[in-house]
Design a protein around this ligand. Structure first.
Ligand SMILES: [Zn+2]
Length: 253
């Protein structure tokens, strides 16, 4: 692959993200008949979904290797407006490139580009799944991806995610807008985090993704979970083998 084609591939990857928008040429995949066990059979470009040894999601267990100082820095602030898209796999919110939202992973700044949902959760913590999982997808100037994952547990009351989820477009291809979105409100109070090297959890399952999964969940209302389930009955890839990859449990708490 030439440097130019590598850059183009990275750019396409950044657009696709994890459960990202549907490219016109994308081979069909889903979570049912053409589900996770078959993704690698659907297209040569999806071979990593079966052959990869650094796939996501994974089961996260306490105790992991504990490195309190190795936590990522979250630099989030309110976003005036995000565009929502029902891409047939998830509800994806596109974040403007100049919103100023970013995370810093081992000294590298990754800019927030989009966030989206899975139902039920993809990662498990100490063997337990939660009702949903939020993925905040970030891109470095090099094209590398870093995903911040928040497991969402049901709550009886509306939550900060309700304004996004209740605005979810109800048919594939439809769009919507939500104003004054503050991603800081989506995070758990306790920011302890698991970190590991993984992949996109959707085809093409590309590896080299920096994963940070909060150990503690944040709330999502039962009404929002029920509405989301009506759109996407299930959209979680099962946990994948770790193949000896280290998982670090980092602070700041
Ligand atoms: Zn995702």
């Amino acid at each position: 692959m030439t440097r130019r084609s590598a850059l183009v591939a990275l750019a396409l990857l950044a657009v696709a993200g994890c459960g990202g928008s549907v490219a016109a040429h994308e081979p069909h995949w889903d979570y049912d008949a053409e589900g996770p066990d078959h993704w690698a059979d659907l297209d040569r470009g999806y071979a990593t979904c079966r052959a990869g040894h650094a796939q996501s999601p994974i089961a996260l267990d306490s105790p992991a290797e504990i490195h309190p100082a190795d936590h990522i820095e979250v630099d989030y602030r309110p976003i005036p407006s995000v565009n929502l898209l029902n891409n047939g796999h998830t509800i994806q919110a596109s974040v403007p490139a100049d919103s100023g939202n970013a995370i810093v992973v081992d000294g590298t700044r990754f800019t927030l580009t989009q966030f989206h949902f899975h139902l039920p959760s993809e990662h498990t913590v100490d063997g337990g799944e939660t009702a949903m999982e939020l993925h905040l997808v970030h891109t470095a100037t090099s094209g590398r991806l870093a995903v911040l994952a928040v497991l969402l547990s049901v709550d009886s009351d509306p939550t900060p995610l309700s304004r996004v989820l209740t605005a979810s477009p109800d048919h594939p291809g439809r769009t919507g807008t939500v104003t004054a979105v503050d991603p800081r409100e989506f995070l758990p109070i306790d920011l302890a985090q698991f970190r590991y090297q993984g992949s996109l959890t959707t085809p093409p399952c590309t590896e080299g993704v920096e994963w940070t999964v909060f150990r503690h969940s944040a709330p999502v209302s039962i009404a929002d979970v029920d509405s989301y389930r009506a759109l996407f009955p299930h959209s979680n890839r099962p946990t994948q083998p770790r193949y000896g990859r280290p998982v670090v449990l980092a602070g700041p708490n």
